[in-house]
Design a protein around this ligand. Structure first.
Ligand code: MET
Length: 405
């Protein structure tokens, strides 16, 4: 297969509203089964007295990667609870299929391996991406090669062995947005992968704008409560089959308990997202008017992430919050704040990080469901705080120099 042949558009019509799908997709059979909560199947293996039939199911999976018909075989191949989450996420994204993984990074790795296994090892990508996505591509850890470009340079960067174009929008951590439709056009027949973790299907459904593959760190808004590590790829069924084969071969499966928790999280995704986004937009406005803030980043599309650059020492803000949780990650019910240069984008080369707009003074805040006045009080007190941190603390001197330039 070459770069010119790829799944037909995976977009499907969605007959029910998103809020309804969030509660019912992947769970439509429950009432008929006399169940209310999702059944959690923790089996690692499945007994069968018919080894011939089981062999046929294994052969079918090896050929197409389609979910096996009939009883499951082994948990690394398929799990009924995880399949419910996958069905739900595919419905929410408007794709034929979705394939879940143990983390967002396992999900991205599987996408890259599928394309590389077709001889399409080259990736064109736009910065910024989440720091570990950037690292996976830059370091070529799994044998891929990356060309970094801005959106306008995508068409020129594509080569005969380009297997994927990757963007993240809104981007982690600057919240920069790309025009998915324009980028998809520039990709031609090369599939466009959009990391839509920050938007969720509540704010953006990339396949409706021409993307072929949608990536989520499901750890974030989809789970929504800071207690599940997961990744998921929404795409057409042909590509999903290849992803399932890679997942089976490499073992980055999602635990069924995580899938159970993700289904619970999906039910409230639209209300969580809308409530947190209202608060985030309000905080973005207040920050923009605050003289201690040099710059606020808040995406056109909205959402619950706000990033801002401080005139002072960002470490003082991290040390000064009391209500807000000073922690990496995002998308939880509580508000989290972190310093990308120290944590989420630590692994990216400093010059690359800075030229992608991730300055040393940037803080990234994931707004949760607390009252806006309580959050603002905590934030504004932290902005005035001085931690008393020794000036020689790791990274501090370098950052002060860079900010003085
Ligand atoms: C381990 S660092 C980052 C975790 C997560 N992807 C984030 O951006 O916060």
């Amino acid at each position: 297969m070459d770069a010119l042949s790829f799944d037909a558009s995976p977009a499907l019509p969605t007959p029910r509203a998103l809020a309804t799908e969030a509660v019912h997709a992947g769970r439509d059979d429950l009432a008929a089964q006399g169940l209310h909560a999702v059944p959690l199947d923790l089996s690692t293996t499945y007994p069968s007295h018919d080894a011939r039939a089981e062999a046929a199911r294994i052969d079918a999976f090896a050929t197409t990667g389609a979910r096996p018909d009939g009883p499951p075989v082994y948990a690394r191949l398929d799990n009924p609870t995880t399949a419910r989450f996958e069905t739900a996420l595919a419905r929410l994204e408007g794709t034929q299929s979705a394939v879940a993984f143990a983390s967002g990074m396992a999900a991205l790795t599987a996408v890259l391996l599928v394309r590389a296994s077709m001889g399409l090892r080259h990736v064109v990508a736009v910065r910024p991406l989440y720091g570990c996505s950037d690292h996976l591509l830059t370091a070529g850890l799994i044998g891929t090669e990356v060309t970094w470009t801005d959106p306008a340079g995508i068409a020129d960067a594509i080569r005969p062995d380009t297997g994927l174009v990757m963007v993240e929008t809104p981007a982690n951590p600057t919240l920069a947005e790309v025009d998915i439709r324009a980028v998809a056009r520039a990709c031609g027949s090369v599939p466009l992968l959009v990391d839509s973790t920050f938007a969720t299907p509540v704010l953006q459904r990339p396949v409706e704008h021409g993307a072929r593959i949608v990536l989520h760190s499901a750890t974030k808004y989809l789970g929504g409560h800071g207690d599940v590590l997961a990744g998921v790829v929404a795409c057409g069924e042909e590509f999903a089959g290849k992803l399932r084969q890679v997942r089976f071969a490499t073992g980055g499966v999602l635990h069924p308990l995580a899938s159970y928790l993700l289904l619970r999280g999906l039910s409230t995704l639209p209300v969580r997202m809308r409530a947190a986004a209202t608060t985030a937009a309000d905080l973005a406005r207040r920050l923009a008017a605050d003289p201690r803030i040099a710059r606020v980043h808040y995406p056109e599309i909205g959402g619950a992430m706000v990033s801002f650059e401080v005139y002072g020492d960002p470490h003082d803000v991290i040390a000064g919050v009391r209500l807000i949780t000073p922690a990496v990650s995002l998308g939880s019910v509580d508000t989290l704040i972190q310093h990308p240069a120290s944590i989420s984008h630590r692994i990216v080369d400093e010059d690359d990080r800075r030229s992608a707009g991730v300055s040393d003074r940037l803080l990234r805040m994931s707004v949760g469901l607390e009252d806006v006045e309580d959050l603002w009080r905590d934030l504004t007190e932290a902005l005035s705080a001085r931690s008393g941190r020794p000036a020689a603390a790791e990274g501090g001197a370098r950052e002060s120099r860079s900010a003085a330039r």
